[in-house]
Design a protein around this ligand. Structure first.
Ligand code: GLN
Length: 310
């Protein structure tokens, strides 16, 4: 279904009316102090279409912490221009069925993470990028800034938020040391975790993230030129569908029917292949670490538009 302009704008306004939280329900991550300070009633949504339009409503112009949505983009950077050599022997492409920061499978599977979108796998991807640059987070920021265009305040790394998270990164450090023990990390654990935490602390708006994610819905063609081949873009979409919501990937596919990637900042990036990229943001989370209101809003939006890969 392709919606014409006025109905989509109105529909997004209605989505905001219905789904903006009225009371403070849901969780905030305990390991990132900054996120607990974000008001519970923030809610934004933006749709960037393959025909070049952007529609948005609510707090779609307010920067938020992209957190694990960064994992989609570091993977894209790792696959760009044939840079993926060696990566797929270091990380699998299977749903984990465990929480995003779980250690258990890493031991069972001898240091090979189940997929690039859980923390262990994302640390491997960041390590892979660090083979080419000493500052993968800044390189990611540059990539995102370029793809986001000049809409709104420039994306930036919230270094104070990153420092706050680094102070309570025992678990991510444990994952990194585990990877190192299995010889699946080339850089020191502390260096990889610091880069990873800084990439997670990038601040962007829904409009910017929808624009930056458009290449995934558009055969690899981004707002600022070719990012990936159509085949590579398809594959990232597939991993988003099977692994993008951690141990809620099945439930999200059932409710929304679209590839998505969440972050504990409350953002979710969703792809409608051939049509658009959608970013929704609402900071309070469900038990699996995915935006409560954001997931509900996307389920509503896909039902009402017919947007789905099924
Ligand atoms: N920086 C967060 C962490 O590693 C990212 C987690 C997430 O967004 N799911 O805990």
């Amino acid at each position: 279904t392709t919606l014409s302009a006025p109905p989509l704008g109105l529909l997004l306004e209605d989505i905001v009316r219905r789904h903006r939280p009225r009371q403070n329900a849901g969780n905030v991550p305990t390991n990132i102090p900054f996120l607990a300070t974000v008001p519970f009633d923030r809610f934004g949504i933006a749709v960037a279409t393959t025909s070049g339009e952007v529609y948005s409503s609510g707090d779609a112009g307010v920067p938020f912490s992209i957190q694990s949505i960064s994992k989609v983009f570091t993977l894209a950077m790792a696959l760009q221009g044939g840079r993926s050599a060696g990566l797929w022997s270091r990380v699998l492409r299977e749903p984990s069925g465990t929480s995003f920061n779980s250690l258990v499978q890493l031991e069972a599977e001898k240091g090979i993470p189940r997929n690039p979108f859980i923390n262990a796998g994302a640390l491997v991807v960041t390590d892979h990028l660090l083979e080419e640059t000493p500052d993968a987070a800044t390189q990611l920021l540059r990539f995102l800034t370029e793809q986001a265009g000049d809409a709104g305040p420039a994306p930036f790394i919230d270094e104070a938020a990153a420092a706050g998270e680094l102070d309570s990164s025992s678990r991510n450090l444990a994952l990194a040391h585990f990877l190192k023990d299995f010889a699946n990390l080339t850089r020191p654990a502390a260096v990889v975790v610091e880069n990873y935490v800084r990439q997670c602390s990038i601040m962007m708006t829904c409009v910017q993230l929808a624009r930056a994610g458009l290449f995934l819905a558009n055969n690899g063609q981004g707002t600022a030129g070719t990012v990936l081949s159509p085949s590579e873009a398809k594959r990232i979409g597939s991993i988003m569908l099977t692994c993008g919501m951690y141990d809620a990937a099945g439930e999200f596919a059932y409710r929304v029917g679209l590839p998505g990637k969440s972050g504990v900042g409350g953002g979710i990036l969703v792809i409608v292949p051939g049509q658009c990229a959608i970013c929704v943001w609402s900071p309070r989370l469900d038990a699996k670490g995915n935006s409560l209101a954001g997931t509900a809003a996307l389920a509503d939006l896909s039902d009402r538009t017919g947007w789905s890969v099924f």
